[in-house]
Design a protein around this ligand. Structure first.
Ligand code: SAH
Length: 413
């Protein structure tokens, strides 16, 4: 599918709330949607009754005409309809968006993730019944990512509602990750939607540490919030040890280990911008036990494994190796390679913290990869914890596609 130029991605009509048309499924294609899965691909659609414009509200019906759900239409995307309600009495209007956003904000409040100095994911797309909308809060600043045309069409009113629910100085729209956004043909330039942009880095607190976050330049939305609890869990194993934090980005795992009393921490990332952030964060927290290097992880792990260096804990938090099912085999080979090297670097009884953020790689497959590593390294790998993303990244049971992060904490005797 060809991506659309930006102008074409603008909707032609706005916000009615009630359906402009009915999208009729092919026979035998309704089951996932009765199961509340929100993504209706064009391949499941038999015909469209009416002429809905991009962003319009449509009803989804079985081929026999039975109501299934209500969603928003995007003629330019393979993901033709995103469903937001499964009750014919519910219009997709501002009252609905407000109640969804209120519910999302209430969850973070329940999790005590609403401290003004902290950071949290406020809205996690399908996990908060708001398919295509991600909102991260960094102190008093919100970063919004939109992967659905329908959400882009409603951006102003969504941000107005957000601003009424959480105190903010500015709401920034950040370029969405590729993938889903590409699927939607969306090319949204970064911009300030409300208020203003921060003048410099924004400082937030997490797990007793301070981080400077560059909201206008950083990767993703500036900080990897999904690993918050995994950093704390991993740090419990760090005391007194030499720790290697591979793929460190702004240093979260390494800094948590250093703060937990690691003897020394080496944090490595191939991006000079990332290592500059990690260095600045180590200084900000006065953690002189952490050193930072800019290097390729594959090469650096191999160099270290060939040297006498050994560690009590190794953290591997690589970028997404598999973007789709088609590349899973290659990704698993890459995971195997770095994990094998990490195991070779571990002292007896050392801790391996190994992550995958490739949604396409299932958790079982990742664990099976580790069993292959154990076999080849001739070491036992004791799984202590198999963790996912933090609770401010909820996943809908109806849309397990939202589950992407695995973080294994293992002991290697
Ligand atoms: N552990 C980090 C997040 C890591 S994100 C945290 O807790 O915040 C993945 C990181 O891997 C990115 O910073 C990216 O720059 C880095 N990276 C990608 N390819 C790499 C490679 N070949 N070698 C080293 N780092 C790499």
């Amino acid at each position: 599918m060809d991506p659309l130029p930006a102008d074409d991605a603008q909707p032609t009509t706005l916000v009615g709330g009630l359906p402009a048309a009915t999208v009729v499924l092919k026979p035998k294609r309704a089951r996932p949607f009765f199961g509340r899965h929100p993504w209706v691909l064009d391949s499941a659609i038999g015909r469209v009754d009416g002429e809905p414009a991009a962003g319009d509200v449509v009803d989804l019906a079985t081929h026999e005409g039975r109501f299934v759900g209500r969603g928003l239409f995007n003629p330019h995307s393979r993901l033709r309809v995103r469903l937001y309600a499964f009750d014919p009495a519910v219009p997709l209007d501002d009252a609905l968006w407000r109640s969804r956003l209120e519910s999302a904000v209430a969850l973070r409040h329940r999790l005590s993730l609403d401290k003004p100095a902290g950071a949290a994911r406020l809205v996690n797309s399908e996990g908060d019944d708001l398919s295509g909308l991600v909102v991260d809060r960094y102190g008093e600043w919100l970063c919004v990512q939109v992967t659905a045309l329908a959400m882009a069409a409603r951006l102003e009113s969504l941000c107005e509602i957000l601003a009424s629910l959480v105190p903010t100085r500015g709401i920034l729209l950040r370029g969405a990750e590729r993938g889903l956004a590409g699927l939607e043909g969306l090319h949204l330039p970064d911009r300030v939607v409300r208020g203003r942009a921060p003048d410099g880095p924004v400082f937030v607190e997490e797990g007793g540490l301070r981080y400077g976050i560059d909201l206008t330049e950083g990767q993703k939305t500036g900080f990897y919030l999904d690993q918050r609890d995994n950093r704390t869990a991993a740090a419990r194993h760090a005391g007194g040890r030499r720790v290697l934090d591979m793929f460190c980005y702004s240093g979260g795992f390494g800094l948590s280990a250093a703060a937990a009393g690691a003897q020394a921490v080496l944090a490595v990332d191939s991006s000079a911008r990332a290592t500059a952030l990690a260095t600045a964060n180590a200084q900000l927290n006065g953690l002189s036990t952490m050193t930072v290097e800019t290097a390729d992880a594959f090469e650096h792990l191999a160099t270290l494994a060939g040297s006498a260096a050994r560690y009590g804990m190794v953290v591997l938090d690589p970028p997404k190796f598999a973007r789709s099912r088609a590349t899973v085999a290659d990704a698993l080979r890459a995971y195997h390679r770095i994990n094998r090297l990490a195991v070779d670097l571990l002292e007896p009884g050392g801790t391996l913290v190994t992550c995958s953020c490739s949604g396409a790689v299932g958790r079982e497959e990742f664990l099976t990869m580790l069993s292959g590593v154990a076999q080849q390294a001739r070491r036992t790998i004791q799984l202590l914890e198999v963790r996912g993303a933090a609770a401010d990244h909820p996943v809908s049971a109806s849309c397990l596609d939202g589950e992407y992060l695995t973080c294994v904490i293992a002991r290697v005797p």
